[in-house]
Design a protein around this ligand. Structure first.
Ligand code: PLP
Length: 287
């Protein structure tokens, strides 16, 4: 197998040798941000949207990126040429840096890793998820921080409940899953997603845009009680696209999973990314 390279602190290093010193604030205090996008057939998908969010997250955490958007694109291109993985996930991480006292901010360390895509993207919805709810509010929720403490801590609980993932709420108002945004379809066929106190996912944005051509859409509070009357529920992320939700806290959602909205949106999203990755193929273009 070819050597996999990682970009770390201005150098391309074999991935199994890439490292940071233990004084980094990410290790000492869990301080840092990241973003994650995929490539399909070597084409980065929604790269500018992900870079917009990366710069936003970095500014929120007072971390200078140290590179321009164009410089980042050049580094990503070089990494892709070295690794030659057509379908991949690329993660850009910016840490708090080598803090002199283990507490104050320093010059951030920039890391970019690439790995083969774990979850194949398909025109069919994947197997539905069962969710369990949990009261939790992420800190600085509109920032993509490296802090997944609660999510990782909850893994045994999720398994004990026979669930696939957790759905956070705060004061009974739904926010998101640890790595996905959340949607419901209401009785009057409106697609609704939370508006605040969560990360604004790039997939969420694309789904809202696609849905707007066919369904009424709303970004507003969704309460725990409202879940009982939802016709459909699904979650979205870069890695997974659209995953239908069949049960929340053991209660079934809707009549059939995947529901028609999840299925249609998944097909539309699939075609959108196909059109980016294979711009000259007309087989996949929806008309
Ligand atoms: C907290 C959180 N919410 C939502 C998402 C989904 O965002 P995206 O669609 O940009 O992958 C993520 C992605 O990892 C996340 O970490």
């Amino acid at each position: 197998m070819n050597t996999l390279f990682t970009y770390v602190r201005d150098s391309f290093i074999p991935a199994d040798q890439a490292s940071l010193l233990i004084g980094d604030l990410s290790i000492q205090r869990g301080y840092g941000i990241f973003d994650f996008f995929k490539t399909l057939d070597h084409k980065p998908i929604f790269l500018d949207d992900h870079l917009d969010r990366l710069f936003h997250s970095a500014a929120q955490l007072r971390l200078p990126v140290g590179k321009t958007r164009e410089e980042l694109k050049t580094i990503i291109d070089q990494l892709q040429r070295k690794n030659n993985i057509p379908d991949s996930g690329i993660r850009i991480t910016l840490t708090g840096g080598y803090s002199p006292d283990g507490y104050s901010l320093s010059q951030p360390n920039l890391i970019i890793t690439q790995q083969p895509l774990l979850f194949p993207i398909s025109p069919e919805c994947p197997k539905p998820f069962r969710l369990v709810t949990w009261p939790h509010q992420r800190q600085l929720p509109e920032t993509k921080t490296i802090d997944y403490l609660m999510a990782i801590w909850l893994q045994p609980y999720i398994r004990e409940q026979g669930a696939d993932d957790v759905l956070y709420h705060y004061d009974g108002v739904i926010t998101e899953c640890p790595r996905c945004n959340f949607f419901i379809v209401t009785d009057d066929d409106t697609l609704v997603t939370p508006a605040r106190n969560m990360l604004k996912g790039i997939t969420r944005m694309k789904v809202l845009q696609l849905a707007g051509t066919k369904l009424k859409t709303e970004a507003r509070d969704i309460t725990l009680e409202e879940l009982r009357t939802a016709k459909e529920a699904f979650i979205t992320s870069t890695g997974k696209h659209i995953v239908p939700v069949s049960h929340i806290d053991g209660h079934p959602i809707g009549q059939i999973t995947p529901g028609p909205a999840a299925q249609w949106l998944n097909g539309q999203l699939y075609r959108l990314v196909q059109d980016i990755s294979h711009p000259h193929s007309h087989q996949t273009t929806s008309k």
